[in-house]
Every structure is written in C-alpha cells, then in structure tokens.
Design a protein around this ligand. Structure first.
Ligand SMILES: Cc1ncc(COP(=O)(O)O)c(C=O)c1O
Length: 400
C-alpha cells in the first residue's frame, strides 16, 4: 500500500523565535547558509513542453518574478509560519497588501465594515478608490461591538481592523469581531502591523486574513518598503492571482532585507515594548502631558483586553500635550535626535504629528471621529537608551 502522507515538516512544533530565524529557507544545491537573493525577472525552462506546463500550472515552479521568486517565497513561508497561517503573499508595500486583498476578494456591490481607527491611507483607499468601483464602506468605532453588529448586512464581505490602532492604541476584541464576521459570512481582516506575530497572532483568535506593512517592524530598521497578506491556501490563491495580473510585487532584495529583520523580530519586539512602557509611564507623570495612550498603562480603557490578547504592549504610543497644535509642534521641534518622520517600527525612535501627517488627508469631521486632535503626538519608541529618549522629549515639554 502506498503512503500518501506528506513528509514530516522539520519545523513543526518549533517556537516563534526559531521559525523567525529558520522557516522558509530550503537550502539550494550550493549549500548556502544565509538566504540567497535571486535577482532574476524570469526563469528558463528545459523545453517548450516544460514552459507550457509551467504556464498552465500543470507543473509547479517559477515562471516570472511578478508572482513567484525564490527569495520572496522564503519571506512568504516565514511570515505564514510566524502568523500560523497556511500561506502568505508578499507585496510591494502594506498598502498594496490591503489593495490586493480588496481587489482579489471583493466585487461591486460588496461592503467593507472598517474601524474608524485605521491608518489614514487605508481610509483613503476605501473611501476614494474602493467606493469608485462600487464597494461600499462603513466606519465604526473599533471597540464598540454593537456598532459592528449594526453595520454588517448580507453584502458585507470584509471586516477590517487594526489592533492596537494607529495612533491611539485602542484594542479590538478579535474573538468578538470574529463572531460578528461569522454572522454575515464575512472575512475578518486584522492589520497586525503594530504587534507583529511576536506579540499577537490574530489567526489563533479567529481572524481569516492578516495584513502587514513589512515596512514597519518586520524589516524593523526603516530600510525598505514591503507588505504581506497571510491566510488560507484558498484565499492566498486569489490574492496571488491578483498579483500575477496586476503586479504590486515585493522585490527579492526587499524580501531579503525583511528576512534579515525577521531574524531579530522576537527580541526587538520585547525591547521596543520595554522602552515604550517606560516612556509611557514617564510621560504620564509629566505636568505638560494631558493624556497618554498606551495599552500597557493600567488606566488605558482596553488594558485588560490588551493583556489577554498580546504578550506585550508594543512600541507605539501617543500622547496629548496641554494646548494645541503649537504646543505639539514645539515638543516635536525641540527634539535633537528623535527622527521627525511618519514611519514607525524602527530601531530609531520616530515622532510625528498625526493630524498634519499620517491623518492629514482626513476631513476635520473624520479626524474628530478617529480621535486625531491637534495636540496629539505619536512616538514609535526605538531601541535607544530610554533616558536619552526622555531627555529629548523633555526639552519641548518643559516649555509648555
Ligand atoms: C497600521 C498600518 N497599516 C498599513 C500601513 C501601510 O503600509 P506601507 O506604508 O508599507 O504601505 C501603515 C503605514 O504606516 C500602517 O501604519
């Protein structure tokens, strides 16, 4: 009797730290120790017959790097292993991961129900572009489950949320959102950019699809753009089909950079979380700070849920200074080494003013709905010495 069972996977049962270093690399006949970069746009076939079989999908193997590349594939297998998904599709950026998901899985007449507290450009993608193609979108308060229940209907195909949210660190109850998604046969999509699988694995809590901006913590050192979608084999086939025809593909070099980033993901996320916790606690005690938004603080409204869903609280926090835009800008402008940039998830601490940068394209009403006030400052806490970070912020805070 023949044995049809799959060969044992040597990575089965290994911990996240191990998978982050090892998963996805199937060593070539060259015996390389580090992952190779395949800088090739196409692949050569042994014969016309083989070319035809590859193009039709009868034979597995590479055809063209718009949709398969060995280096990109290592990254895809690795992030799928870390998130606990069947498979992943790597994309050129986080936004193209969201776009590819929508284009692959939605049609005119469908509806997205989305948290109000998502990255500003995600809001623009849904309201300006998806609406143009007949996809309706309704925004609800991330933490208000009855608002999600009231917004869904038979046309709802995707529920979309970030948790923790950007920049206010609200926490979604993923298991409760899954129940809402099931009630209308929709897919639950979680943008796991802030936590990464090192701190939170939403698939284990019921999410169907994970979105990543690999530009953030997966690379972790602000070097390149990248994105990923993780989910079931069937859903990933659909998303890969969109990439094959439309091309928002991750480059092999960027995949390699992200692979190097993933090797240190677990220890970086712990260190980011430790520094952010210390900074949040310190900011909370400053006279000129009105409110600090960080899930690790026990007075954060979603602290208990954050502690249940996440293994640590992550590296991003925001705070409101006493005053308005002038005071917020004063704190930003008086820093000496913090990077004034909208990126996050970097070993270098970054600081920005969401109302005029990441969320600047939102209408005043939308900003108000999302809680983006003029006195809000966001910090992505890096890995510099915590006392140096505090001193750099102290300069502007002491002038208020
Ligand atoms: C939570 C979140 N999702 C998605 C994105 C988009 O990712 P990218 O800039 O790689 O397109 C960002 C970018 O800041 C983000 O913060």
């Amino acid at each position: 009797m023949s044995d049809h069972s799959a060969p044992p996977n040597p990575l089965d049962g290994l911990a996240l730290e191990t998978l982050a270093v090892r998963a996805g690399h199937h060593r070539t006949e060259q015996g390389e120790h580090s992952e190779p970069i395949f800088t090739t746009s196409s692949y050569v076939f042994d014969s016309a017959e083989q070319a035809a079989a590859r193009f039709s999908g009868e034979e597995a193997g590479n055809v063209y790097s718009r949709y398969t590349n060995p280096t990109v594939r290592i990254f895809e297998e690795r992030i799928a292993a870390l998130e606990g998904g069947d498979d992943a599709v790597a994309t050129a950026s986080g936004m193209s991961a969201i776009l590819s998901t929508c284009m692959a899985l939605l049609a005119s007449g469908d509806k997205i129900v989305c948290s109000k507290s998502v990255f500003g450009t995600t809001t623009v993608l849904f309201t300006k572009y998806m609406k143009k193609f007949g996809v309706d979108v309704e925004f609800v308060t991330l933490t208000d489950i009855s608002a999600w229940e009231n917004a869904v209907c038979s046309k709802t195909k995707l529920l979309f949320a970030e948790t923790p949210s950007n920049p206010l660190c609200d926490i979604a109850d993923i298991q409760a959102l899954k129940k809402v998604a099931q009630s209308c046969d929709a897919l639950l999509v979680i943008d796991n950019c802030f936590c990464t699988p090192a701190l939170q694995t939403p698939i284990a809590l019921g999410a169907d699809l994970i979105i990543h901006s690999a530009t953030k913590y997966l690379d972790g050192q602000g070097r390149c753009m990248g994105g990923a979608v993780v989910g079931s084999f069937a859903l990933m086939d659909e998303v890969r089909g969109f990439l094959r025809s439309c091309g928002p593909t991750m480059s092999p070099f960027n995949a390699w950079v992200c692979l190097k980033g993933l090797e240190t993901l677990a220890i970086r996320m712990q260190a980011h979380s430790q520094n952010a916790m210390a900074l949040a606690t310190w900011l909370d005690a400053q006279e000129s700070v009105e409110t600090v938004f960080y899930g690790g603080l026990t007075d954060h409204p979603n602290h208990a849920l954050a502690a249940k869903q996440q293994s640590a609280f992550g590296g991003v926090l925001s705070f409101k200074v006493k005053g308005g835009k002038a005071e917020a800008w004063q704190v930003i402008n008086h820093t000496q080494f913090l990077s004034i940039t909208a990126n996050l998830g970097d070993t270098k601490t970054t600081i920005c003013h969401p109302a005029t940068t990441t969320h600047g394209r939102l209408s005043d009403e939308d900003k108000k709905q999302a809680g983006i006030t003029d006195n809000l400052v966001r910090v992505s806490v890096g890995l510099e010495n915590i006392h140096d970070i505090q001193h750099d912020l102290q300069r502007g805070l002491s002038l208020i």
